[in-house]
Design a protein around this ligand. Sequence first.
Ligand code: PMV
Length: 345
Amino acid sequence: SGAGVSEVTVRVPMNIALVKYWGKRDEQLILPLNDSISLTVDKLTAETTVRMIQGVGENTVEINGRRVELSSNKRYQTVFDEALRLQRKRKEDSNQNETECISHHFEVISKTNFPVAAGLASSAAGFAAIGRAIQKILNLNDTQANRLARIGSGSACRSMFGGLVHWKKGEKEDGSDCVAVRADSENWKDLYCIILVFDDERKKVGSSEGMRRTRETSTLLKHRIESVVPERIEQVKKAYESRNFQDLARVIMADSNQFHAVCLDSVPPIRYLNESSWRLIEVVEKFNQQEVKAAYTFDAGPNACVIVQKDDVPAFIKAALQDISIPSEDLKSVEEDLNVSFEGP
Ligand code: PMV
């Protein structure tokens, strides 16, 4: 980096929630109503370069070669502002008496190797990468980097680590105990994630709008948050640690279903799954008849993520492509990926 320019490039993977985050208690700080837990999907990444440039200038963000309109994507500005606040704070803490206030601006260039905004948590990988890059530029600690990613996109804070990651909602109003932590002692290397893209259009109801609607109108959400999620988080950890695929798979599917149920329970109802999603659910049900060997999970869109063990990947793909009639024009792509060898930066 040249005079007055700090530049860092990082590659950060996306994550898929096994117990879903849905609902904010604070929209500014992005503090969730419930804990969530995810797997980091190794091969689906956002490679991101962040330049912090001295002097007044316009912040710019480019994703996959396209300029992002920052006036309609306020989250980026929030992250940049927070980064500058942290930088100022560090200078104050180290007693550097600054006589002049040096201004900075940011340039972000990000490339994902998977479709953006297809309900594939691409924003998670992107904001996690920005958080990591700014962490390196400003020499921040993990909690500060976590916060940067989170205020960009909540689920992004779970992409800061590999393996199984637990995002704790915390209790405090300032969000200081709202952090993602690694939740496994060792990667389950045998787990694969098969992504079936049925629709690569931008989602109809974005997650922020959807969460707000659910929080304001769903009665089922309260039950989910209070009586269901805490137990499921523990079940996931236990099943993962003991390598009990069947138990893990059952919780994953149940939680995906409940997440979509609270969406339907909102007013007006939100429907993310389409006909192909439902056919895929039937495929998995059939595949699991003798023994539970696959688990589906869907985020805020129709695309499926199917978690299987390595040995079952070929059989599952065959079942998905042959046994059922997902309309072929509906199936945009199938990707299989090892999800757990990422060890973090
Ligand atoms: O981080 P956001 O605002 O894109 O919300 C993500 C919400 C879900 O993907 C549906 C669930 C989750 O926990 O990732």
